[in-house]
Ligand binder design. Structure first.
Ligand code: MG
Length: 160
């Protein structure tokens, strides 16, 4: 198999009282949510960049500029769907995805399975091919102080 690996990273500043969506799933218990042009879903933004990176098709800012009002408040699954369109057009399919979220509050374990199945649907793979890992910032740095959420994504593509 000819594999293509891609990596994506995203950070959003958090503000109290804003809604938080991660991997397309509403995180109801979050004390703060992301500031962003779209819905600020750091997981799906990192995933979009990982897909674009694996296909060597640029980055999320190039495809979806934050000067474009069409994406204001947009659910971020739109970005993943568009990146998947480019992946498929380039002759690839997803093998697996590994996601890591860095967030101080709340604990994400109650949301993990919902995020896995939502992301799997977007990537057109079974949930067993999607890993969602969560860490805190250990109380230090912007994540640890609750000022930001970070997300990392790695995807592997194979020729379809
Ligand atoms: Mg973002």
């Amino acid at each position: 198999m000819t594999g293509r690996i891609g990596h994506g990273w995203d950070r959003h500043r958090l503000e109290a009282g804003r809604p938080m969506v991660l991997g397309g799933v509403a995180i109801d218990e979050a004390p703060a949510g992301p500031v962003g042009h779209s819905d600020g879903d750091a997981v799906l933004h990192a995933l979009t960049d990982a897909l674009l990176g694996a296909a060597a098709r640029g980055d999320i800012g190039e495809h979806f500029p934050d000067t474009d009002d069409a994406h204001r408040g947009a659910p971020s699954d739109v970005f993943v769907r568009r990146a998947m369109g480019l992946v498929i057009q380039a002759g690839f399919r997803v093998v697996n995805a590994d996601l890591t979220v860095l967030l101080e509050n709340p604990r994400l374990s109650p949301f993990r399975e919902a995020i896995r199945s939502r992301v799997a649907g977007l990537l057109q793979v079974p949930p067993e091919r999607v890993s969602v890992k969560a860490k805190t910032g250990e109380g230090v740095g912007p994540v640890g102080r609750g000022e930001a959420i970070d997300a990392h994504a790695v995807v592997l593509l194979e020729e379809s």
